[in-house]
Design a protein around this ligand. Structure first.
Ligand code: 3PG
Length: 213
């Protein structure tokens, strides 16, 4: 899949809701009820980070949930891309971008949201055809003010910023022309997951889904 086609598909996924939950799943038993709770609250696109041993099985379980669009985050290597695709991930997210990672996404037909944090990184990805990128780590790298400034010389690229974003900070990003959605883990707090308090997670998702763009 070409980078342009990957970005086209990534844009469609980013437009599903203002927020993409970034999920770290330790317990496989949480995967399905968590996905159901988030989809019920109005957040269909879900990023499962490949940071825990349960992550790939969690993607498999969540991919079965009606209405969900489950992707894999923290893609670092070609092996991650292959495993994510085999588990049923419909999109990929990476904190940065390497040639090997980009080649693997092209080869395995996985729409990638590649990470970038500087003008040169953004330009290098744009040169390849990636017009939709993840801005990471968003708050630490300059936040909404930085992305607003990038939008003047490089208006062709749209972003999903993630890293340090909260319900309170999200509107600063969502008000910008070059933002499609934001990513964040605040909608799935570890303590609510541990308690199995899926109602609380649906409420957080609903609050996030109601953010304006
Ligand atoms: C991440 O990859 O961890 C995301 O950027 C989420 O960051 P957050 O936990 O600060 O929302």
């Amino acid at each position: 899949m070409t980078p342009a086609e990957q970005s086209r598909q990534a844009a469609d996924i980013c437009r599903l809701a203002p927020v993409v939950p970034v999920l770290v799943i330790d317990d496989l038993a949480h995967a399905r009820p968590l996905a159901e709770a988030l989809v019920k609250g109005g957040l269909p696109a879900l990023e499962v980070t490949l940071r825990t041993p349960a992550a790939l099985d969690a993607i498999r379980a969540m991919a079965e949930v009606p209405g969900g669009v489950v992707g894999a985050g923290t893609l670092l290597t070609p092996a991650d891309v292959k495993a994510a695709k085999a588990a049923g991930a419909r999109f990929g997210v990476s904190p940065g971008a390497t040639e090997r990672l980009l080649d693997a996404c092209a080869e395995h037909d996985l729409p990638l949201l590649p990470g970038a944090a500087t003008a040169s990184e953004i330009m290098a990805l744009l040169e390849k055809g990636y017009t939709v990128q993840k801005f990471f780590p968003a708050e630490q790298a300059g936040g909404a003010a930085y992305l607003k400034s990038i939008g003047s010389p490089i208006p062709q690229v749209s972003f999903c910023p993630t890293g340090g974003i909260t319900l309170k900070l999200a509107p600063d990003y969502l008000g910008l022309k070059n933002i499609l959605c934001v990513g964040g883990s605040w909608v799935a707090p570890k303590d609510a997951m541990a308690r199995g308090d899926w109602g609380a997670i649906t409420a957080l998702a609903a609050e996030a889904a109601a953010l304006g763009r």
